[in-house]
Design a protein around this ligand. Structure first.
Ligand code: NAP
Length: 355
């Protein structure tokens, strides 16, 4: 099956995804019968849309070439400002009605998240599902703010709305729960899900300064562009909300997560906790509390034998508390752009396998 892809957002993740599709083209065809072509790329600064008819080469974009163009700091071709990404998306969806009807249209959403509202991703998901497209995203916004609504819409439209990359990159969290734990009920979870804060706390244990550790995470492209989103716990709260909504059936937004960041933590406090044989981690947690779900993100002093206490500076982990399997641990040893791009690829393959 040949899937038409509309890429909304063409930053680091989407560009790595385009290369990954190319690197794995043969394997995707051989093992899954899947082929893809990029038919539109939409950003704030400009867009590129392939014509609907013409020669085989002209109806798809040379996405890898365009990735190099954007990576070099130049604009996408038709990017005459002021750009109108929503208008372009509407037109691209309309132009690909045929593919949508056949279940062959996938919108790949990787825009920047507005942590207060979950936009513009939520609107992108809604428009795409309404037009009959499947949606895959690495964005936390849609699942953190509107999972209930969007998953119902997807079900009604008989299309998929998938977001494996929203938490722990390509390491299966949502896929694991959905596909491999039939009849198991998840009752709560605990985890370390933000790399920047974990790295800073670990660096302070080693005697380094907060700001130096943060700068290192920013230079590595791991910290959010606005570092306060990491430091104040917003990123972890968005992930916690997404996890609680999907795994525990909560209906919350990141604002409902009882959130405490690591901004006020001094090297002296970190050293003192370490001397007492404990370790400080920013822990995300949620559990059922009667009919509601209580969720929080806060720095916690963990005993050394706690699995979360043993995580290295760049490791993440999620512990799921279940009724039939006790506690299950998922550990991510390292993170990279390739892992996030793989999350999108695995979502595309989930769609293909579901046909
Ligand atoms: N980087 C990671 O390792 C990682 C890991 C997991 C999840 N994620 C999530 O994946 C998403 C993408 O991350 P990234 O690192 O690729 O970000 P990025 O490099 O900053 O790229 C963001 C892209 O979104 C576009 N964009 C922003 N607002 C838009 C709008 N309203 N309409 C259309 N396009 C818009 C930007 O266009 P302009 O260039 O025109 O501004 C840019 O192309 C984010 O939600 C992020 O939280 C990232």
């Amino acid at each position: 099956v040949k899937y038409d892809l509309i890429l909304v957002g063409f930053g680091n993740v989407a560009r790595r995804f385009v290369d990954l599709l190319h690197e794995r083209r043969r394997q995707l065809a051989r093992d899954f019968g899947v082929d893809t072509r990029v038919v539109a790329i939409i950003t704030r600064h400009g867009s590129a849309v392939a014509p609907r008819t013409g020669s085989a080469a002209s109806v798809e974009l040379d996405a890898r070439r365009l990735a190099r163009v954007v990576a070099a700091g130049r604009r996408l071709e038709s990017g005459a400002p002021p750009s109108d990404p929503l208008g372009v998306l509407d037109r691209a969806l309309r132009a690909r009605r045929g593919a949508a009807k056949q279940g062959r249209l996938i919108v790949v959403e990787t825009t920047t998240l507005d942590i207060k509202r979950g936009e513009p991703a939520i609107t992108h998901v809604e428009k795409s599902l309404a037009a009959g497209a499947h949606v895959v995203t690495a964005n936390k916004g849609p699942a953190a703010f509107a999972w209930d609504r969007l998953s119902r819409r997807a079900a009604r439209a008989n299309r998929r709305f998938l977001f494996e990359g929203a938490v722990m990159d390509g390491v299966p969290v949502f896929n694991l729960a959905r596909d491999t734990l039939p009849a198991v009920s998840i009752e709560g979870f605990r985890g370390v899900v933000n790399t920047t804060t974990n790295f800073i706390l670990s660096a302070m244990e080693a005697g380094r300064e907060f700001d130096a550790a943060l700068s290192e995470m920013q230079a590595a492209g791991i910290a959010e562009a606005d570092a306060s989103l990491d430091i104040d716990g917003w990123d972890a709260a968005a992930k916690t909300s997404a996890l609680a909504n999907v795994l525990l059936g909560a209906r919350m937004t990141p604002a409902d997560v009882d959130r405490h960041g690591i901004g006020g933590i001094t090297p002296a406090r970190v050293a003192e906790v370490r001397r007492s044989g404990r370790r400080l981690k920013l822990v995300a947690e949620a559990r059922r509390d009667g009919k509601r779900v209580a969720a929080g993100v806060k720095p916690v002093e963990l005993p050394e034998h706690d699995l979360l206490a043993q995580l290295g500076p760049e490791e993440n982990s999620l512990l799921l508390r279940t009724d039939l399997l006790g506690e299950i641990a998922i550990v991510q040893r390292s993170s990279s752009l390739t892992q996030t791009a793989y999350a999108l690829l695995s979502d595309v393959l989930t769609i293909a396998r579901g046909r």
